[in-house]
Write a protein that binds this ligand. Structure first.
Ligand code: ASN
Length: 296
């Protein structure tokens, strides 16, 4: 028997990727092939352990995010994106969150000489365009899923992290996401809660020029990014303040990198939001859910 629900979700995923690629190419972006194993990968402040493999007498990480490769890539091309498979070994209990897969794909992009404001505008444009395309091209699929996907109204509101925390308390993300009707930007994360590569505002020490986007209706985090640290002295200082080993990230310090900004948007979470799905597992034919064994 044909699984209409599954087929509808896969078609929505396909149109989502097509809409994203179409918009980014029109804006001059070039798509890169993903890096899946590397000697250095995103240290991720709050997640998990990273998966490694041993090959050719060397330890390799499975990519947690392509951040460092994106930063290197903008030395060659000024606007790049990639559909990047990421592996993050989250705790088994997170499998029930509805938002976590330990293998997922993010649309990861980076732009040389861009600012956070440029990225806020691009993120809005991208999401508004994708929702428009899905509403136009996938009305049958949305119907199958019983999803009433409303048009998004940009620009989205911007709330500084400290204000959101004051109003909704620690771990405000879920509560805030349940309360809003349009996506909302969280900006200005404190340096200690984020990775060292997001740029510290030179005029506000301890505050980063970065952002997250939250989906409405309780779907949680959509996108994460910011301007990047690019001066070796500042990168070294941020690595030290986070208690990381600068030798591990030596390749970052050795290469002069151009100023850049970018973000990554998780595809499974995006399709979950578009389709109004209870769990991201439904977006993949072969989902990797933390804590769930699988045979295929
Ligand atoms: N892709 C994110 C960024 O561009 C990084 C991440 O996934 N942790 O900032």
């Amino acid at each position: 028997m044909v699984d209409e629900r599954k087929a509808a979700i896969l078609r929505i995923t396909d149109v989502t990727l097509d809409a994203a690629r179409e918009l980014l190419r029109r804006k001059g972006f070039v798509e890169l092939l993903p890096v899946i194993i590397a000697p250095v990968t995103d240290p991720l402040r709050h997640t998990t352990s990273r998966a490694t493999i041993r090959a050719y007498d060397q330890e390799w990480y499975l990519t947690t995010s392509m951040i460092f490769h994106k930063q290197a890539a903008v030395q060659v091309l000024d606007k790049i994106f990639c559909l990047s498979p990421n592996v993050r070994l989250e705790p088994a209990s997170w499998g029930r969150s509805g938002r976590h897969l330990f293998e997922f794909v993010q649309l990861d992009l980076e732009v040389r000489d861009a600012t956070r404001d440029d990225m806020l505008a691009l993120g809005e444009h991208l999401l508004v365009r994708i929702v428009e395309r899905i509403r136009d091209a996938c009305s049958r699929e949305l119907n199958t899923l019983g999803r009433d996907l409303t048009k998004l109204r940009a620009p989205f509101a911007r709330v500084p992290y400290r204000d959101a925390e004051e109003r909704y308390g620690k771990g405000f993300e879920e509560r805030l996401s349940c309360e809003i009707e349009d996506p909302i930007w969280i900006v200005d994360f404190p340096a200690e809660v984020r990775e060292f590569y997001d740029r510290e505002d030179p005029s506000r020490p301890g505050v980063l020029l970065d952002m997250d986007l939250l989906y409405p209706e309780g779907y949680g985090e959509a996108l994460s990014g910011g301007e990047r640290e690019h001066e070796p002295g500042q990168i070294r200082d941020r690595i030290r303040r986070q208690g990381l080993d600068s030798a591990v990230y030596g390749s970052l310090l050795a290469v002069a990198r151009p100023p850049s900004a970018g973000f990554g948007i998780g595809i499974e979470r995006l399709v979950r939001f578009l389709g109004g799905l209870p769990h991201v597992r439904e977006v993949r034919l072969f989902p990797r859910v933390p804590g769930e064994p699988t045979e295929m």
